[in-house]
Design a protein around this ligand. Structure first.
Ligand SMILES: [Zn+2]
Length: 406
């Protein structure tokens, strides 16, 4: 059978799996009838869906790949492996954190020693001078750069506009490119991009969480340009539309594609806004729009730089909690100490970890692996044009972590 037949069955499999986990299908813009069929009646029983995943894995491994299709077969095998593992989990099979991450995202997350976090905390302790624990001083500094709710939309629209203009200079966006913002509450995430197909996205921003000024640009670039929205739009255009590769009309969340998606969305922030340019834009445009003091911009940027390493504390908290080495209050305490979160923020993050589990590695480890890969291709920070070119090539490619040598 040609790969296209297997790819069609893969789409049906992902939709059938979605009946057993409402978070699984992140985006679908294939034939509406397929989705309607998957959603009609009772869900297919889990053992039958698992048997189908096993059949497809075997079939794709043995399928003839036509010219230019080797990468397509690699993609399908990687994605199918993750679907099979996720189905095993849904059927009750227990995975350790590391095994789950490897089965779903094709990477084994390294352990970050606590000493590394302590060293970063020590640097922040120096930077955030004053009495009391560094966590409290960080929160006080953070309160100075919270965007007032009534100004969030203006700040956010300005950030999106700038991120889009910068991206357009390096990537050809579909003529139908469209990106809409909605404000929501009561979610496990701070923002979410829902790709609709046809070059269109709806991004939802959770207003329950106070939005600091740096988050405006992070979210605009991560969810929008050149992040998730552009990644989805380019894959749809280049593969689903131009080549008829139907597997690119569905996006299963718990799959290796997510490490590339989150890694490029996070790294894309500094591709679009390299350090000094970011500082200039935030200080001169976003701080005034938010009614904040532009003189705080440089200091806050230095604090943010130290938080990069501390992002990996999420992995350690998640591993400890999900593997049963930390109970809830210990995991929350860990997040408060090393991620500098308040008690409420730590509880919110643990809620995210319970829902999305080892997915947390895709943000920090994904970003690190994507940065390393782009640098390795010559896209170093001192070669911004090359950096953009390598980056755009990656977000319009079906390659998964394994085929990038991660
Ligand atoms: Zn994301």
């Amino acid at each position: 059978m040609p790969l296209t037949t297997w790819a069609t069955d893969y789409v049906h499999l992902v939709l059938a799996t979605g009946r057993h986990d409402p978070n699984f299908v992140d985006a679908y813009y294939g034939p509406p009838a397929w989705k309607a069929a998957a959603e009609a009646g009772e869900p297919r029983p889990l053992p039958a869906v698992r048997a189908e995943a096993a059949r497809l894995l075997e079939g794709v491994a043995a399928a003839e790949a036509g010219p230019g299709e080797a990468v397509r077969r690699d993609y399908l095998r990687g994605q199918l492996g993750a679907v099979a593992a996720h189905l095993a989990r849904l059927a009750g099979q227990a995975f350790t954190f590391d095994d789950e991450a490897e089965a779903l995202y094709q990477v084994r997350p390294p352990v970050t020693p606590e000493a590394d976090f302590e060293a970063a905390l020590g640097r922040l302790d120096q930077l955030l001078a004053g009495p009391g624990p560094v966590q409290d001083r960080y929160q006080r500094a953070r309160e100075r750069v919270i965007v007032p709710t009534e100004r969030v939309d203006a700040v956010f629209q300005a950030a999106i506009h700038e991120a889009r203009e910068r991206t357009r200079q390096h990537a050809t966006l579909p003529a139908s490119d469209h990106f809409r913002v909605e404000y929501v509450r009561d979610k496990a995430w701070s923002a979410y991009n829902w790709y609709q197909g046809g070059g269109s996205s709806v991004i939802q921003v959770n207003l329950d969480l106070p939005i600091t000024i740096d988050r405006a640009l992070d979210l605009a670039a991560h969810e929008g340009y050149p992040g998730h929205h552009v990644y989805n739009a380019l894959l749809e255009q280049r593969f689903a539309q131009e080549r008829g590769w139907v597997e690119f009309t569905v996006y299963p969340l718990f799959s290796p594609q997510s490490l590339i998606a989150e890694g490029t969305a996070n790294f894309g922030i500094e591709v679009a806004f390299p350090g000094v340019e970011r500082l200039a834009f935030e200080r001169d445009v976003l701080f005034p729009l938010a009614g904040l003091d532009p003189q705080d911009a440089a200091f806050w940027a230095r604090v943010q730089a130290e938080l990069k390493l501390l992002a990996f504390a999420d992995n350690e908290a998640a591993r400890g909690y999900l593997d049963g080495h930390l109970d809830r209050s210990q995991a929350e305490a860990y997040l408060m100490r090393y991620s500098l979160r308040t008690a409420a923020q730590a509880a919110q993050r643990l809620r995210f970890i319970e829902t999305y589990r080892s997915y947390v590695i895709n943000y920090n480890l994904g970003e690190q692996r994507v940065r390393d890969w782009v640098n390795h291709q010559g896209g170093t920070a001192d070669q911004p044009t090359r950096r953009w070119a390598v980056f755009v090539e990656l977000i319009s490619s079906p390659r998964l972590p394994k085929s990038l040598g991660f």
